[in-house]
Design a protein around this ligand. Structure first.
Ligand code: SF4
Length: 500
């Protein structure tokens, strides 16, 4: 599931590349901020957002707990609608089923709407190696296809590119210089892709939700390209992860409320298509033949796993990426897998199952929990990241120095005496390196942190020391109060005695 074309080998080295790319950082920051603000405004305007989140979570928990039942219901109904259903255990199998269909149809061109599963199974490469042209028709996907890159965001694949870079790519494709103006650029792509829609033999889509009760699939999009892909070519292939199921159209109401608001801050995307089988006699358009490939590729490994099953609840809205302080600095390619951000940091090792290959990806998080707060179905990604880190250490993949450091830290904080002594030694020792309350030394464990910010020094007086002096001050005040009360009492007694 790793990205083709990623050069650097570790999260750290890939993150360093991103951190030194000013264009990337500005572009990612600009768009994630816009998406985050849009989501905030849309959820506030909607009202009762927390209740809808909880409802969404309950629907996903229920569906995944009964996935066998709903998958079976979906498959039976889709078959009754005339859809050919295929099951793929692995990514290679999924790509090979799609290729077989394309070869059988003697297809020369496949037009694709956005599908993260097709990225996951590297379908474009497989089709192209068989001499079949695969064209992305989502604008962002088209741009990164021209750039030879993988998506950098689940919802906005070309988030890391600005309009000047995009104009350069499209100008090369156009064979003429195109102005870096969004209307000009979008106009060129629209014209180019329209020809491709008309000549394509196969349309390939992803699937946002699959409705078990009618065997239908639902697509959310803004550009209308998925509607073209699913209506113009004679054959349609849909790639869907096996967890995309929801029980009913009534459940879609909740998901249709959560997904667009969380993804882009929209009340609803410009287009929402429900597709129930191929074209029927009275239909004016639609494919004559329809195939759905249901992909496992590591998903069933999460079923029954108390730590990871909730991963299958994800509706791929991307809100956790926009909220994540790490993603917002380094973008998606630094994660190295198809899925990036907090969801990618957990999903990639979970689906891949190979902790050796992905043992550093769980470190790309500050564990602040912003991803959980943003998630419309309340997936506790921060807990999963901690679990992954624990598993990494337990399986012997931890950093030796980090492990020693943690053991030392545990020994110190377990004893009040040792903690106080260590604190006092630290306060004295840091005097040589603290300037303006901060340590900017780029040495040892501080090297990485201080490359981009200044580490705060230990406070001159710790909380405990402040507490102790406050306690002392209060007792002194009490003592003063006690003595004045005592004096007053004695005076009253004396006055009474004199009066007697
Ligand atoms: S984990 Fe939650 S926030 Fe992140 S993509 Fe999935 S549903 Fe959206």
């Amino acid at each position: 599931m790793s990205q083709p074309g990623v050069m650097a080998e570790t999260v750290k080295s890939r993150a360093n590349l991103a951190l030194n790319d000013d264009f990337l950082r500005k572009a990612v920051k600009f768009t994630t901020e816009r998406l985050r603000n849009g989501k905030k405004a849309a959820s506030e305007e909607h009202g009762n957002w927390e209740e809808w989140r909880e409802r969404g979570r309950q629907i996903r928990l229920h569906t995944i707990a009964h996935l066998d039942y709903y998958l079976n219901e979906f498959v039976n109904n889709a078959r009754a609608n005339g859809v050919h259903i295929h099951f793929a255990d692995t990514s290679a199998e999924a790509a090979s089923i799609a290729l077989d269909i394309a070869v059988h149809k003697e297809a020369a061109t496949v037009v694709k709407s956005k599908s993260m599963v097709s990225e996951e199974v590297h379908l474009n490469q497989v089709l192209e190696s068989a001499g079949i042209e695969a064209i992305e028709t989502d604008l962002g996907e088209y741009i990164i296809q021209l750039a030879g890159e993988a998506p950098s965001h689940i919802v906005i694949p070309a988030i890391h590119k600005n309009r000047y870079q995009i104009a350069e790519l499209l100008s090369e494709e156009a064979g003429e210089v195109l102005e870096p103006d969004t209307t000009v650029l979008a106009g060129f792509v629209r014209k180019k892709l329209r020809e491709k829609f008309l000549e394509a033999d196969i349309g390939l889509t992803g699937c946002n939700f699959a409705i078990a009760e009618t065997g239908s699939m639902v697509l959310f999009e803004n550009e209308g390209n998925a509607r073209m892909v699913s209506t113009v070519p004679k054959t349609q292939i849909t790639l869907m992860g096996m967890e995309r199921i929801i029980p009913s159209w009534a459940d879609l109401e909740v998901m249709a409320t959560l997904l667009p608001r969380s993804a882009t801050g929209q009340k609803l995307t410009m287009y929402m298509s429900g597709i129930t089988g191929p074209r029927r006699q009275a239909d004016v358009d639609g494919p004559e033949e329809m195939h759905i490939i249901i992909v496992d590729n590591g998903r069933s490994l999460q079923l029954g796993d108390p730590e990871f099953q909730e991963l299958l609840n994800c509706i791929r809205c991307g809100a956790c990426l926009n909220a994540c302080p790490v993603y917002r600095h380094i973008g998606g390619h630094a994660y190295g897998g198809t899925y990036s951000g907090p969801i990618g940091a957990v999903l990639t090792p979970a689906l891949n199952g190979n902790i050796d290959e992905w043992n550093d990806i769980a470190s790309a998080s500050s564990l602040c929990g912003a991803c959980y707060e943003a998630c419309p179905v309340k997936i506790p990604l921060h807990d999963m990241l901690v679990y992954l880190r624990r598993r990494k250490v337990e399986e012997g993949h931890g950093n030796r120095f980090e492990t020693m450091g943690m053991k030392g830290f545990a020994a110190v904080v377990a004893s009040s005496k040792r903690f106080t002594t260590a604190l006092r030694l630290g306060q004295i020792g840091q005097k040589a390196v603290v300037r303006n309350n901060g340590i900017s030394l780029k040495l040892g464990p501080l090297k990485g942190w201080n490359a981009y910010r200044v580490a705060p020094g230990l406070a001159k007086k710790s909380f405990r020391q402040q507490w102790e002096s406050l306690d002392h001050e209060v007792s002194q005040q009490h003592a003063v109060m006690d003595s004045s009360i005592r004096e007053r009492m004695q005076q009253i007694i004396r006055e009474r005695e004199e009066g007697d």
